[in-house]
Ligand binder design. Structure first.
Ligand code: ZN
Length: 165
């Protein structure tokens, strides 16, 4: 199982200084800590040996769990794993694949809305992703635009601009 906290922390209720440091630096969220421990508890019951939790993002109404492996593992048979996570967090949970293909990852997150295009723009002080949607897709977005922008910033570790055309 691959989770963002160390093996020691996954089994205990306190964080070691290494993991605590990651939280302080904003590299690790409380939500990710909680989900890591939850998955560990569920490991034997649902065969989560090969599960991968890379990041988790709280979007108010929904929590996005990002995995570098097959999303099916974290969804589970008949959606049992994802529904248990959802019960525990008291929110809808959506699993998305985080691969080198940013467009694919973002598509999973914003579904059923469809992305028109993603451009990476380079500025003097870094880069910014411009994520473009058609105007008629606004209603299809599973979260509000501010929340989405914040989530994508965390996910891409870069500035993000969302535009509707
Ligand atoms: Zn630790």
């Amino acid at each position: 199982m691959n989770v963002p906290i160390c093996e020691l922390c996954v089994k205990s209720n306190v964080l070691c200084s290494g993991c605590e440091d990651k939280v302080k630096k904003g590299k690790l969220s409380k939500l990710e800590v909680k989900l890591s421990r939850l998955l560990y508890k569920m490991k034997d019951k649902y065969n989560l040996e090969n599960a991968d939790l890379t990041k988790a993002i709280d979007l108010d109404r929904v929590v996005i769990v990002l995995t570098k492996k097959d999303v099916g593992v974290l969804i589970g048979k008949e959606g049992k794993v994802v529904s248990e996570m959802s019960k525990e967090l008291g929110k809808k949970v959506r699993i998305a694949e985080m691969s080198g293909d940013i467009r694919k990852t973002l598509s999973d997150i914003v579904a059923p809305a469809k992305i028109m295009g993603i451009n990476k723009l380079y500025k003097k002080d870094g880069s910014i992703y411009k994520v473009r949607f058609s105007k008629k897709e606004i209603k299809q977005l599973p979260m509000d635009i501010n929340t989405l922008e914040k989530a994508l910033k965390y996910l891409l570790d870069s500035d993000v601009m969302i535009v509707f055309e």
